[in-house]
Each structure stands twice: as C-alpha cells, then as structure tokens.
Ligand binder design. Structure first.
Ligand code: F6P
Length: 371
C-alpha cells in the first residue's frame, strides 16, 4: 500500500479535523492508501515520535471538534527554524532533515492543510522534490485563488453573535462598544461579521480611516437619537498615513510580530474626543476555537476530497480550492502569487455603505429617529 502523510500547519482553524477525517476515510475506504499523521505541523518530521499511523478509529467522532487532533505549530518553518546553539538563538535551515525523513519513511505523498505560511513551505518542499498537495485553511480567508477557506465561516458566525450581545449592553448603557477582530492584514472577518452583526462602523486594513470621521459618525448617531454605537475593528486596521499596531513587535526570523491594540486606541480616542462612554472587547482566539459550522465541515471535507484525488492522480504541487461553490485546484505558485485582500469596491463594502455603515473614511448616511 502506498503511504501518505498529512499535517496541519499554522494557526488552527475550525474544520481541520474534518480534513483529517476525509483524507483518512477516503485513503482507506476508497483508494487503498495508508494514511499517517504528522504531529505539530512540519515539526513532527523532526521528532522520532512525530509520525504515527492513522486508522479509522482515530477519526471517529472528530467531525464536530474544533482544533486539530494532529496538533499545529505556526512557528515551525523548517527552512528557518529557531534553535539554540551555544546558548544563542539562531535560525537554521533544517528542511533537508524533513525531506530525508519523508523519504526514509517511504511516503509517496504529503497532504498539507494550512494558510499562506504553511502552503509557502509546501511549495518550497515541492520544489525540492516532495510530492505535496495543499488544502487552504485560515479563519482570515486571505488565501488567494479560493473563494473561501474553511474556518472563516465559523469565525464570522462567532464574531457576529458577539456583536449581537454587545448590542444589548451598548443600548442599555448608551455606550460605544469597540470590538477588535482577528484577520491579520486582511479585513474579511471584520467586514463580514460587522455586516452580519449590525456594526455602525467597520474599520479594515484595506480602507485606512480618519479618527475625526469616527467621531463625526458617533456624534451623528447621538444627535439622531441613537446613543450607542458598535464599532468592528480589524486587528490590522490603521489610520490614513499611519501603520498597523503591534502588541509585540517582531524580530527578523526570530519572533513573529503579533498584531493587537488598535481597538484600545480607537476606543480611547472615541471616549476622550467624542465624549461618548466607550468599552473595548478583544475577541482574540475565541474566534479560532469551537465546533466548525456546517459550511466549514462541508468545505473542509470537499476540499480534502479534491486533495485526495490529486494525490491518487499524481498531480502534485497543487492546492484544492473553491470556485463558485465547486471544488477544483490551482498550483501552489498561483495560490501564493499574491495575498488576498478585501477589494474596497466590492459588493459587500458598497452595500455596507449604502445601508449607512461608516468605514472611517467618510461619515455615511443616517436618518434621524424619534426616540
Ligand atoms: O492567521 C490566523 C490568526 O488567528 C490571525 O487572525 C492572528 O493575527 C494570528 O493568527 C494569531 O496568531 P497566534 O495564534 O500566534 O497568536
């Protein structure tokens, strides 16, 4: 029986277990391949106990589970691995060890579920002769070439319901509620959850905002009788001429910068400059956990099915993608050619503006109410 390895890299996302389950089930039940799991992303290839045989028992009951039964690591790039040598932290290329282990174990294919970081490593391994296929994953939805990545739907559903809850308390206390949402350098989560959760202001990296416009919007709402406002802020949002806010700055190759803090800055500004009592909530990793939505289970399963077909057909160096609700595949190079970002002129932004949502660049429409 040919052997295949599967790993889940980068930050976890709801739906990873559905991918593992679909790969294991179709490999065993349909294609006669022997599936093996790699623990903690590419790291598993570097550890003696990092690889184990997967059976149907391993994947029984995991479809509704968040996280990943294989473990994930979003700092485990074998081409630039952080290691301590003589008491000093240095970066080393250990990709040769990964490739050597892959071949020594007798694997004929590697299925990688990951975002652009993990898929970038997959592409580099493919260039060095590893037969790999990818499945795009991330709550951020920022992988180019696919209409959606699994994990995104679950994340926006959670975020939208959080906005619903904040609405209740914002209205009771006549407050401005600022919610900071994940998404890295893309605003998909804030845009979609903001629309679904009825936000009054949505700030995304793709549309730099002006602080004074936020105040005008909040004041416009107050003067029209709406004494509360909901502001959805993407963690990568930035003011015109400004830059992204990092909770912890990075260090070339050693420390990955961590976004965070723009919500507090926006909240403080609104409270101090607009005179509106304001509270800030950071949803953080709550957006990454939990049981995947039905859509994400479907998407993860269907993409994994396409990945397995690529494996058995020997079509490596490709990624399964969703296009107009159908699965197909593109090359890793195509998927990584450019980052996917919100188009500021897309239908969602246009409609949001038309229904009065402010993006911080212009105040937007509103109608006085009688309350
Ligand atoms: O890429 C997914 C994501 O959740 C981003 O939205 C966020 O910026 C980042 O990962 C957080 O990473 P970590 O889990 O390392 O804090």
């Amino acid at each position: 029986m040919p052997k295949l390895a599967i790993l889940t890299g980068g930050g976890d996302a709801p739906g990873l277990n559905a991918v593992i389950r679909a790969v294991v089930r179709s490999a065993i039940l349909t294609y006669g391949w022997e599936p093996w799991g790699v623990r903690d992303g590419y790291e598993g290839f570097l550890r003696p106990d990092g690889i184990f045989r997967l059976t149907l028992d391993h994947v029984r009951g995991i479809l509704p589970l968040g996280g990943t039964i294989l473990g994930a690591a979003n700092r485990g790039n074998p081409f630039a691995r952080k290691v301590v040598r003589n008491g000093k932290t240095v970066i080393e290329d250990v990709s040769g060890e990964v490739i050597e282990r892959f071949h020594r174990e007798g694997f004929e294919a590697l299925v990688v579920a990951g975002g652009d970081g993990t898929l970038g490593i997959a592409r580099d391994l493919f260039r060095r002769g590893v037969p790999v296929v990818g499945v795009p994953k991330t709550i951020d939805n920022d992988v180019f070439g696919t209409d959606a990545t699994f994990g995104f739907d679950t994340a926006i559903d959670f975020a939208a319901r959080a906005l619903d809850r904040l609405h209740n308390t914002a209205e009771s206390h006549h407050r401005v509620m600022v919610v900071e949402l994940m998404g890295r350098h893309a605003g998909f989560i804030a845009l979609y959850a903001g629309i679904a959760g009825g936000a009054d202001i949505i700030l995304i990296p793709e549309i730099p905002f002006r602080f004074e416009v936020l105040c005008r919007k909040v004041r416009q709402r107050i003067s029209h009788g709406r004494k509360f406002s909901i502001v959805a802020v993407a963690e990568g949002a930035r003011p015109v001429g400004g830059h992204e806010i990092y909770y912890r700055p990075g260090e070339e190759g050693l420390i990955v910068p961590r976004l965070g803090g723009i919500g507090q800055i926006v909240g403080r500004y609104i409270e101090e400059e607009c005179g509106a009592e304001t509270r800030v909530t950071v949803l953080g990793h709550l957006q990454r956990g939990g049981s995947p939505s039905a859509f994400d289970r479907w998407l993860a399963t269907t993409l994994a099915g396409e990945a397995m077909r690529l494996v058995v057909q020997g079509k490596f160096g490709r990624v399964a993608v969703l296009r107009r609700m159908r699965v197909t595949s593109i090359t890793l190079d195509e998927a990584l050619a450019e980052p996917k970002r919100v188009d500021p002129n897309c239908d969602a932004v246009r409609t949001a503006r038309e229904i009065g949502i402010c993006f911080g660049d212009e105040i937007g429409k509103d109608e006085p109410c009688n309350i």
